[in-house]
Each structure stands twice: as C-alpha cells, then as structure tokens.
Design a protein around this ligand. Sequence first.
Ligand code: CP
Length: 314
Amino acid sequence: MRLDRKDLIALEDLSRAEIELILDTSLSFREISQREVKKVPILRGKTVVNLFFEPSTRTRASFELAEKRLSADSLSVSASHSSVEKGESLIDTVRNIHAMRIDFLVIRHSSSGAARCLADRLDSSIVNAGDGFHEHPTQGLLDLFTIKERLGRIGGLRVLIVGDILHSRVARSDIWGLTKLGAEVAVCGPPTLIPPGLDELGVAAHHNLDEALVGADAVIVLRLQKERHTENFLPSLREYSALFGLTAERLRRTKREIIVLHPGPMNRGVEIAQEVADGPNSVILDQVTNGVAVRMAVIYLLAGGESSGAAHAH
Ligand code: CP
C-alpha cells in the first residue's frame, strides 16, 4: 500500500487507513535502527532540507538521523543563521532553497499555517515539523506508535492529555490521531489553558487531575509553553505544579499501570515530577527512539515507497 500524498501537514488531513499505514511502515524502519549498520539505500539521490525557524533538539536531530538512515542527502538551516535575519521573507527563503532542486522540505515555524502555505505553492514535498499552535504531526504519530507498542492497541484506550492544551500543537495532533484510531481522549488543565470547541471533537475537558486520571491507560504530559503566553494565564507556577503536576503519588492513587508520555522538552518539577519522568511508567525515551523510525516511514512513504518495500529494505 502507498501513501498517495505529496505533503504531511496535519493528522487532521489523514484517514485512519493512512495513519495505520504510517504506523505499520514505522515498525519496519524501527528494526533498521536496531541493526549495527543503521542505514538503507532507499532514498539515495534524494535531497532533504530541514528549515527550522524555532528552537528544536529532538525533532531536528530525529529528522536528520531519519534522512541519513535512508541515505538521502540532507542539510539543516536554522533561522538564526539564514538570510531571514537580513529581512528576507519565508516564501523568498524557501523559493531560493527550492531552486536548488530539493525533493523534501521539513519546516518548523512559529506561524500556524506556514507549512500548508508552502505546500500549496511548491512542488517539492513539505513535512510539517511544528507550525505555531496548529499541529506537530510526526510527534502525534510517534506518540501513537509508542502507545500502540506498549499497550498493543489504540482503539478503546482512554488517553488523558494534561497541561497547556491551548498553546500545544502536539495536543492537537494527538487528539486527531487518537480519536481517528478509536481512543477516548480527555484533557486536563486550568480553564485558561483549555481551548473552546473540544467537545465537538468528542474530547472531555477536566480541571481536576486526580479525577481525570481515573480509568486512564496513558497520560501525555505537556510543558507550559511560556514562550507563547501573551498574557497571564496562571496565578503562579507553584500553584500550577501543585494542581496539575504529575507526581508518583498521584499515579499510585489510581491503582493502575498508566504509561506516561511527554513530547519534551520537560520542565522537571513543574508539569512532571523527577520520579515520574525517570520512573517505571515513563515511556518518554521510547518516544524519542520511535520518532526516528516514524520520520523514516513518513519520508519514505511521501517519496512513493510501498509499505511492503520497507519490510524488505537492506
Ligand atoms: N517534541 C519536540 O518537538 O521537541 P523539540 O522542540 O526539541 O523538537
């Protein structure tokens, strides 16, 4: 089966079958990352540019490794070292990069809609690595992959997303992906950090973490996106942490084996306690490991690869 798409902009756009195709293909690529020689020649001759207008550790390194493991030629450009600093517009920067005859552009940008805007104007494939508050589709996919890997399924699970939902592109991608695959999704946070309209997506909103954790199979903890806070959304960090911080005691009280995810970067002691981040319920580093395989699968499928071809890659 093939993914009949030029771009990956949002999980909202994908069908359940397309998401399942990416997850199944990721499984084959995860096996490649466990080999001694972690490289296959399937994208030899293809060129990928990673253009990051916002800071990133995980996503950028993960895309770079995914591209190298597929044998693509890749290079990364960060905004602070680009001609954007001299006043060049996004579209001019990208048109110039595109003129070098690239095949893929991976973009992170602070404006929601930046990736879609480029996808509509260019014939190279655009992969959204996070656009403003909108979506972070590869993070959503790696979260789905990690939950399925640990719990064996997505359909029928209860997944709780805790924290700054309002400013989180990860929450939006997770909600689309999880609900399309049949999970029951709930969110929890202070009323000021929960956007309106979630009930239309079938997502329940809670403001009491202990109550929200009842019956959960997985909890996705989010960082407070202070860089996106344009006003005072919280009385204090101390109060936020007391009410919404995930502690080992809170997990113990549920009497359930809830897996804990976090997209990173974490603020230990704020949204997540040290002992939870490093504890037995945490799958946070598994998410990072799986991210490389998921990004290999996305680029491979957008290049026209077949799911069966990934399984036979040497
Ligand atoms: N999860 C995530 O997007 O992390 P980075 O900001 O480090 O890429």
